[in-house]
Design a protein around this ligand. Structure first.
Ligand code: G6P
Length: 479
């Protein structure tokens, strides 16, 4: 039956593992996009989520016809998928939007890049074709993230009747970084996005970046952003009529009841007791991230080390719990980053540890229950990404922390827009300022900490996933 609400995202709500005996078991997908969308779609029983098969186990599930209701996985040729996901989405678009390039050496746009780009186009087309097949007349299609930037344009050609939105969960590159892409590639990217009726971002900083980069006048057509009273991009492809794409902001928040429910399951209580035993009556500085270059884990550790050096009174009285669960380990630069995190933590422990105190506890396992236990225990939450679409951890910790926590927050996180007043904000590159912010956070009086935490939690829960999704659906229905 044709669907009226469709979501397209690279990662699905679940992913499969293939056991040695050939059995398939499903597990929940990771990352902010999946947690937000899963919660929202749980209340949209008729929606269809189209995602890619990410692994051989997923592909096997597709071939055996194993699936969950409301989910369609696309079995894309593994080499095409690898080029599109690792080659373009994660090595080019992610780096561009997060400004991660090591400029003297990167980026290099050569023949190999062109080959991978063709795969990215094919992968986007596979999504557009599947959406065109599944969507009912006039259906709402909500396309997610930088993996699928070309889908709105492709789908508009195939099915002009559909209402299409695109939501970017990452930052959007500044015009300088976007301008590093070859002209024709930048043009394809922007025209792909402009196939949507509405493009959404977590914060105006990223939405304004998109509008700044959406000025085009080339063989494909003309596009220009307009300002007041409504932020939109007016565009006209050669030989076609004028169309508009509205630019909107939907800052994804946290569902307090759901998260607190999850954080008080017996499994989490057990992990909390174990962590408490390790930390003792010391204070805990907590961070939880994917092992992700943009999360700035190394400078976070350097700041902790500087704290112990400049404020030696904290030695033996604080523990830094660092959870960095594995991510994108197919990319060499992510593997070496993960290794560097481990080594720096070991160095700090080697420098400062005493027989009864280990300054840094690192966990590189994907253990959601342990992360929630760490959230509850946190005296200080450290969220210092160089650039981050939103960063839900900054919103989750204040909501579940047992006794309130002080939040040290980077100006580069999308969450900065909503949480800046009650967080201790830091320039993510300034290690010394981060060390001082950690000191101030550890020293914050308990009543001030509680008051700030209440306000942080209120801001963090302003637009929970269901409302975030419904707002976008409503905007699309008004198109
Ligand atoms: C970010 C992206 C998501 C992505 C997630 C995890 O939140 O915006 O699209 O799913 O990271 O990354 P991964 O590459 O593992 O899907």
């Amino acid at each position: 039956m044709a669907s009226q609400v469709l979501v397209a995202a690279n990662r699905g709500p679940l992913s499969y593992d293939l056991g040695d005996d050939g059995t398939l078991t499903a597990r929940r997908g990771g990352g902010g996009l999946v947690s937000g969308l899963s919660a929202a779609l749980a209340r949209q029983p008729d929606a269809l989520w189209i995602c890619a098969a990410l692994s051989d186990a997923d592909r096997e599930a597709v071939r055996r016809g194993v699936s969950e209701p409301g989910v369609r996985m696309l079995d894309i040729d593994p080499t095409t998928y690898d080029d599109a996901y690792n080659g373009i989405a994660n090595s080019v678009l992610w780096f561009t939007h997060h400004h991660l390039y090591d400029i003297p050496r990167e980026p290099v746009f050569d023949a190999e890049f062109r080959r991978q780009w063709d795969s990215y186009v094919a992968y986007n087309r596979a999504f557009a074709v599947a959406l065109a097949e599944e969507a009912g007349e006039g259906a709402a299609v909500l396309v997610q993230d930088y993996h699928l930037a070309l889908v709105p344009g492709e789908l508009r050609e195939l099915r002009p009747d559909l209402r299409i939105s695109h939501f970017t969960h990452t930052p959007w590159a500044s015009p300088e970084f976007l301008g590093m892409l070859p002209d024709d590639i930048r043009s394809q990217l922007v025209w792909g996005m402009l196939g949507a009726d509405v493009v959404g971002f977590h914060t105006w900083a990223w939405a304004d970046g998109f509008m700044a980069g959406a000025h085009i006048d080339d063989t494909s057509g003309i596009a220009r952003a307009t300002g007041d009273p409504q932020r939109r991009v007016q565009h006209q492809k050669r030989g076609a009529r004028i169309r508009y794409t509205d630019v909107a902001v939907y800052p994804l928040g946290v569902d307090a009841d759901e998260l607190r429910g999850l954080a008080h399951r017996p499994e989490v209580d057990d992990k909390l007791a174990a962590l408490r035993a390790e930390v003792g009556n010391r204070k805990a500085i907590v961070r939880v991230d994917r092992t992700e270059l943009s999360k700035n884990i190394l400078r976070g550790l350097l700041a902790y080390r500087e704290l112990l050096t400049v404020h030696p009174e904290w030695r033996g009285r604080v523990v830094h719990l660092t959870s960095a669960y594995p991510s994108r380990q197919d990319l060499a630069v992510y593997r070496s980053y993960t290794q560097a995190v481990r080594e720096l933590a070991e160095r700090i422990n080697g420098e400062f540890a005493t027989p009864d105190w280990q300054p840094v506890l690192v966990s590189v396992k994907d253990d959601f229950a342990r992360s929630l236990a760490a959230y509850r225990l946190a005296d200080v939450a450290l969220v210092n990404p160089v650039r981050d679409g939103m960063n839900l951890v900054a919103k989750e910790i204040p909501v579940v922390s047992d006794e309130g926590c002080a939040l040290v927050l980077s100006t580069g996180a999308g969450a900065y827009g909503e949480l800046r007043e009650d967080a201790l904000t830091v320039n993510p590159y300034d290690v010394s300022a981060t060390a001082e912010a950690l000191h101030a956070a550890l020293s914050m009086p308990a009543d001030e900490r509680l008051e700030r935490t209440k306000r942080l939690a209120a801001a963090a829960t302003a637009l929970p996933p269901t409302a975030w999704f419904t707002a976008q659906l409503d905007a699309l229905r008004e198109v």
